[in-house]
Design a protein around this ligand. Structure first.
Ligand code: GTB
Length: 217
């Protein structure tokens, strides 16, 4: 039986691949592991059957035999540890790739998500503009630091790894205008990730959920 992941029955991003099942789909595609998808509605996510899989009532989850996982980063790490292709074999290089996975989720993603939540939920507040300037600044600082480290390399540390996979998915949610667009190497980095055949297969599969049409690739 292939593993089963969960994803939005109807993603608010209308198939733009912003929800966190995208990174799990991409990891599975990179390693060539077929998978099933169970689509869940917002109300189903909060029911006890789903909460047994995910304590916070969210997607994605991952079920494989006796193992149930939640947290997209933990799922991607599990996939990377059990298949070749997403983590280097050499011990120190492997540890560095895992450090980039944590950096993507713990250091780069929080300001980006905080800014998008502010745009979604706080636009009507009197202090919105001021807070947005503050959040934009935090995003800019992080992107600037990441851009300096990446330089003109293709990937963050040698070969493409699970660290790059997570970082690209995180950067796709960065604000374009005034954010990511200022850093041409980060834009090219994201484009390199999106050009990978495994990314395209994952993207098409999640888009097909929204359009109701089968994936083209
Ligand atoms: N830390 C967890 C992980 O990495 O797995 C976070 C999981 C999470 O935030 N899941 C979201 C969810 O289930 C979907 S991805 N939300 C429903 C809920 O909490 O009730 C977040 C997301 C949602 C929508 C967009 N979008 O429309 O652009 C982007 C990202």
């Amino acid at each position: 039986m292939p593993p089963t992941i969960t994803a939005f029955e109807r993603s608010p991003d209308r198939g733009r691949g912003m929800a966190r099942d995208m990174r799990v789909r991409w990891a599975l595609e990179e390693v060539g592991q077929p998978y099933d998808v169970r689509l869940v509605s917002f109300s189903e996510m909060k029911e006890s059957a789903h909460r047994r899989l995910h304590p916070f009532g969210q997607i994605p989850t991952y079920e494989d035999g006796d193992l149930t996982l939640f947290e997209s980063g933990a799922i991607v790490l599990h996939i990377a540890e059990h298949h070749a292709g997403l983590l280097p074999d050499e011990v120190n290089a492997r540890a560095r790739a895992i450090a980039w996975m944590f950096a993507a989720l713990n250091t780069v993603e929080p300001p980006i998500v905080e800014r998008s939540m502010a745009m979604l939920l706080e636009r009507d507040k009197s202090w919105h503009e001021e807070r947005l300037r503050f959040l934009d600044d935090r995003v800019r600082v992080r992107l600037g630091e990441l851009s300096s480290r990446l330089g003109d390399a293709d990937w963050l540390d040698g070969e493409f790894s699970a660290g790059d996979l997570l970082m690209v998915t995180v950067l796709r949610r960065a604000p374009a205008s005034g954010g990511l667009e200022k850093y041409s190497n980060l834009c090219a980095y994201v484009a390199r990730g999106e050009a990978r055949p495994a990314y395209k297969r994952a993207f098409d599969a999640q888009l097909a959920v929204f359009t109701g049409q089968p994936p083209t690739s």
